[in-house]
Design a protein around this ligand. Structure first.
Ligand SMILES: Cc1cc2nc3c(=O)[nH]c(=O)nc-3n(C[C@H](O)[C@H](O)[C@H](O)COP(=O)(O)OP(=O)(O)OC[C@H]3O[C@@H](n4cnc5c(N)ncnc54)[C@H](O)[C@@H]3O)c2cc1C
Length: 467
């Protein structure tokens, strides 16, 4: 088991290097770990997995009902959703199948609903149903006035995006993948059948290369002489409402999509909060993950119509993520067999859902470049700590607390995180290197006080561990 964040990188060439440890790169590394004969490196610029777009999305496990029929994305979302639902059950990733309602607010939108149901059918999703206003308000009594009907999509679910990425990475690392953090690839070159990846920690060599660099996939692609797409970051700002708001909403409330995108939604989270967002702003800066007064004002205006009572509830946090938009309507996944290289670009707004299917697709493309995968042996299952509000947390399990009282000693009272969970995260196979990393593993400091109460205690535990 190897996780490194400093020092020179191994000089022996790997069979495969995957650049980018977001949800997509981690899924690919995990998939390659099904072939124990392969030596695989997962190379990440930042100090943790899942620090890019994968940590800041809307956390919906889509059915793919509204994808472009016949596209690669439609197939991978459909297959990925099924696979991830099964994987989540096996590995303890919290998922709640709350269903979605696409709410029609005028006659034109109402007329669109049957067409959306028909499109869902073309995407092999046949469970949608058009609801009239009485049915809709019975399901969502706090919905704003004036809705004319909705399309019910019962299969849409909410999921923990942090645990998903971490589960893939953990399983990959425990199965022999080398994870190299703090290793930004500044240039990639290919000569004599070997890729040379330059990083500040020195070069890393690999016979096959997978580019899963998210927002920076276009830059890496150009290093290797391709000019297939340009990533334009599309910012999505979101507002996280307090847990008291959770009782206001039962489903994911979606607008009827327009040419401009999926629009602003109100959705519960598996952590027991309510999300409002995201915006869709095309920007030039791939680091522009700030929230803006204008963006938040626009969200509040839309939220007021969807769920007026939500605006009376406290806001716990705001955040923003950047979609890797490319101007194309589909993923930009391409194999370049002569270079032993696969680009995984343009994974815009469905990559969490599709991640496992993308990984299978990329593995098949790698085999198509002549890579001998060797024998297939599924990695040992992992069981992740449950961060879901709908499932018993450690402090709620008397047997566990009796056996190990640290699970009964709460450190973060807003999110009910025990000392035992913090201890376990710090000792995990991929330990956090920052308080933010600890938050994504435990929920600590992510509640309504945002660490005001527990911050010092959490920092002390973290710093004690780093000594
Ligand atoms: C607002 C918003 C809402 C969304 N909602 C949903 C949703 O509800 N459901 C869903 O399925 N999807 C959703 N998505 C999409 C989903 O989050 C993305 O498709 C997914 O996270 C992309 O994962 P990734 O691994 O490709 O990219 P990232 O998570 O960005 O990972 C790429 C990684 O590559 C690293 N990297 C980049 N360059 C280099 C380099 N040169 N060297 C080394 N490492 C490098 C980065 O540091 C990063 O960690 C949403 C996205 C946004 C922004």
């Amino acid at each position: 088991m190897t996780v490194t964040a400093s020092g020179p990188l191994p000089s022996r060439p790997y069979d495969v290097a995957v650049v980018g440890a977001g949800v997509v790169g981690c899924a690919i590394a995990r998939r390659l770990a099904h072939h124990p004969a392969l030596r695989v490196a997962l190379v990440e610029a930042q100090d943790d997995v899942g620090q890019g777009t994968s940590k800041a999305n809307t956390a919906i496990l889509h059915t793919g009902f509204d994808a472009v029929p016949g596209s690669l994305e439609a197939r991978l979302v459909r297959e990925g959703a099924r696979e991830l639902a099964a994987y989540a059950a096996e590995s303890g990733i919290p998922v709640e199948r709350v269903g979605a309602l696409l709410v029609a607010w005028d006659e034109e939108q109402l007329a669109t609903l049957p067409r959306l149901a028909e499109k869902a059918g073309r995407n092999e999703y046949h469970d949608t149903r058009v609801l009239g206003p009485a049915d809709l308000y019975a399901r969502e009594p706090h919905l704003g006035p004036g809705a004319l009907g909705a399309l019910h999509v019962p299969g849409e679910s909410i999921i923990c995006p942090w645990t998903t990425t971490l589960a893939y990475a953990t399983q990959a690392v425990l199965s022999g993948v080398d994870l190299h953090l703090d290793s930004p690839v500044t240039h990639a070159g290919h000569a004599d059948g070997v890729h040379r990846l330059n990083t500040p920690r020195g070069p890393l060599y690999a016979r096959r290369l997978v580019n899963a660099a998210g927002l920076h996939a276009d830059t890496l692609d150009r290093s290797l002489g391709h000019d297939d797409f340009t990533v334009t970051p599309r910012r999505g700002q979101l507002v996280v409402h307090d847990k008291f708001a959770r009782a206001l909403v039962r489903h994911i409330l979606l607008p009827v999509p327009t040419a401009l995108g999926k629009g602003v939604l109100v959705a519960p989270t598996v952590h027991g909060n309510v999300l409002l967002g995201p915006t869709a702003e095309d920007l030039d800066d791939k680091r522009a993950t700030d929230s803006t007064a204008e963006g938040l004002r626009a969200l509040r205006e839309q939220g007021r119509r969807i769920l007026p009572a939500l605006l009376e509830e406290e806001v716990t946090a705001v955040y923003a993520g950047l979609r890797a938009a490319t101007g194309h309507d589909d993923y930009r996944i391409a194999a370049h067999p002569d270079q032993g290289y696969v680009t995984v670009g343009g994974i815009r707004s469905t990559g969490l859902t599709a991640s496992l299917a993308i990984a299978a697709h990329v593995t098949a493309l790698l085999a198509g470049t002549g890579l001998d995968l060797g024998p297939h042996r599924p990695p040992a299952p992992v069981r992740m700590p449950s961060l879901g509000e709908a499932f018993p947390r450690p402090h709620q399990r008397p047997g566990l607390v009796a056996a190990d009282p640290e699970y009964g000693t709460l450190v973060c009272h807003c999110e009910r995180v025990s000392r035992g969970e913090i201890r376990d995260a710090l000792a995990g196979p991929i330990p956090p290197r920052s308080l933010d990393g600890l938050r994504r593993r435990t929920r600590v400091r992510s509640g309504r006080c945002q660490g005001f109460y527990c911050g010092a205690a959490v920092r002390e535990l973290f710093e004690e561990d780093q000594k």
